[in-house]
Design a protein around this ligand. Structure first.
Ligand code: AP5
Length: 222
């Protein structure tokens, strides 16, 4: 099964994917996490992506498509996609690649949220560079301030979570990514619109309900 999780930056895509991927035996594939790992490893891909990411812009489509289609093959097309596709071109190219391998996107979950909440979530986010765990200075605090619960690493603020970059990421979302929702709706895909402004647990419950409903429908239709 392939499920795409869409939503503006800071909507909670990563937080929710970590909570639901295992439940359905899906591999959580986050394009942002993969790019950050490439940067940390000092790879050519990481270097290529650096300036786009730090300014809040999008990494070029061809780079992302190659990276994500490769990662999906390794996950044997059983994955929860987080942050990809992020442009209509990426959506089209993903569909083409899946057509060739006999796969398809089974469902799309679209997290909707107000801009004011997004800004608070992103500027308050703190991340562990070692295990990737994500916290928030008010909403999801670690046991010891500034320290990761899992491995004791010092938590950091992502460069692109600084207020000036957040504004650009939001602008880019509306200009280039919001259209991906309509791309899927027009293609007749099942799209679940979920209010992501509530508590983390409430959003998880809504996502689980949607995916469970999808599995039940597929079982009935054969
Ligand atoms: P990426 O890492 O994908 O960034 P993003 O989509 O902007 O998403 P975020 O990781 O910022 O947010 P999220 O929705 O996962 O929220 P989270 O769960 O962490 O991409 C980074 C960059 O890489 C891009 O800008 C681009 O340059 C490049 N890139 C990546 N993919 C690309 C692509 N396909 N094409 C081109 N370029 C690409 O939550 C945020 C905070 O809120 C956390 O602190 C969390 O604890 C808190 N929180 C979450 N949910 C709740 C809740 N319900 N209530 C209260 N707090 C909450």
């Amino acid at each position: 099964m392939i499920v795409v999780l869409l939503g503006p930056p800071g909507a909670g895509k990563g937080t929710q994917c970590k909570r639901v991927a295992d439940r359905y035996g899906l591999v959580h594939l986050s394009s942002g996490d993969i790019l950050r790992a490439e940067r940390a490893a000092g790879s050519e891909l990481g270097e290529k992506a650096q300036s786009y990411m730090d300014s809040g812009g999008l990494v070029p489509d061809d780079v992302i498509i190659e990276m994500m289609v490769g990662a999906m093959k390794q996950a044997e097309d059983s994955c929860l996609l987080d942050g990809f596709p992020r442009t209509v071109v990426q959506g089209e190219q993903l569909d083409k690649a899946l057509e060739q391998s006999g796969g398809k996107v089974d469902a799309v979950i679209n997290l909707g949220i107000a801009d004011e909440i997004i800004t608070n979530r992103m500027t308050g986010r703190r991340s562990c560079t070692k295990c990737g765990a994500v916290y928030h200075i008010e909403n999801l605090k670690p046991k010891v301030e500034g320290i990761c619960d899992n491995d004791g690493e010092v938590l950091v603020q992502r460069e692109d979570d600084k207020a000036e970059v957040v504004a650009n990421r939001l602008k880019i979302y509306y200009e280039q990514t919001a259209a991906v929702v309509d791309y899927y709706k027009n293609a007749g895909k099942v799209v679940f619109d979920i209010d992501a402004g509530g508590d983390i647990e409430d959003v998880t419950v809504a996502i689980v309900k949607s995916i469970d409903g999808l599995s039940a429908t597929e079982a009935v239709s054969g």
